[in-house]
Design a protein around this ligand. Sequence first.
Ligand SMILES: Cc1cc2nc3c(=O)[nH]c(=O)nc-3n(C[C@H](O)[C@H](O)[C@H](O)COP(=O)(O)O)c2cc1C
Length: 336
Amino acid sequence: MAFTLKLKNLNLTSSVFQSPMAGCTDLAFRLVARKFGMQMAYPEMISAEALVRQTRLTLDMMKTVPEDRPLGLQLVGSDPDRMAEAAQIVEEMGFDLVDVNIGCPVKKVTGQCAGSALLREPARAREIFKKMSDAVERIPLTVKLRLGYSDASGKEAITIAREAEDAGFSAVAVHGRTRSQGYTGKADYEAIGCVKKALKIPVIGNGDVRDQKSARELLEKSGCDAVMIGRGALGNPRIYALIDAVIEHRDVPPPLTLEEKRQALRLHLEYLLNFEGEWALPKMRRIGVWYFMGEPGVAQFREKIQRCEHVSEMRELIESFNLLPLEDKSDLKAVA
Ligand SMILES: Cc1cc2nc3c(=O)[nH]c(=O)nc-3n(C[C@H](O)[C@H](O)[C@H](O)COP(=O)(O)O)c2cc1C
């Protein structure tokens, strides 16, 4: 039977979620990924305080279009009233889900008792969940957390996740690392499994899923209901469809060809130009290289794209990447 995950009034038919990533999962990224089969997505985390104040930068980060659905919004913050107020705004703005960030390891965030700092503050987390639950009427609430602050057993995650479950939250996503680990080491799928076993609501496993093998390993070791993919999707928009096919025992789509990578990058540039105007160029200097990772010549491409001053130059660079240089072509002629 085909997969369905019902989170309140949100029905998902793919068990693969896009993981929110600051500086990465903007509208252009999501639209490219959706072309290749991604379903549930999120912009980067949004500060509840900034959203309540409706700062221009925050509203920009929440930019979306009708075809960018289903779309969740992740809030980061520590003040229960502000989190509830922000959640209500998110619902009014038409997002399909609100998520709470209890994983961000950055000092600026944890210093304000937000992000992963809440792993050690169950009473405050309870208050946040309860107030958000009271404030939001229709859309599902979820939480994304790490295993613990520095305790890798998963105990802290279980305590917080149970609070969310008791407050009526619909699902929990678990990144299999602690705050102390940052992004080092390997995500612990067995520890994610401990969280899964302790809960009745669906659990989404996250961390180091890059291919079929790692997706299978996460699902087998953790028993999770779904998978969330972050860095593995940078420059690889087909990964969602690939992992979904693995889980559903369908034929797995082939990896992207060079031409498909070029097509995806071209599309990403056009979306950025459309939605970000003058910011497209600096963003492309950073992300353009994602799509050609692993291809021969990527180092020179990175160097050139970082020096690009004009869109036309960037387009040309994308179109000419890995086409044989002239002298090589004459070599081929000689062989023929
Ligand atoms: C550049 C970057 C930005 C991130 N931003 C967020 C964020 O805004 N919210 C969040 O919950 N996690 C964020 N994360 C964590 C990822 O969503 C994910 O949990 C983590 O990278 C592990 O999954 P992965 O191995 O599939 O990337 C970020 C990670 C990276 C590398």
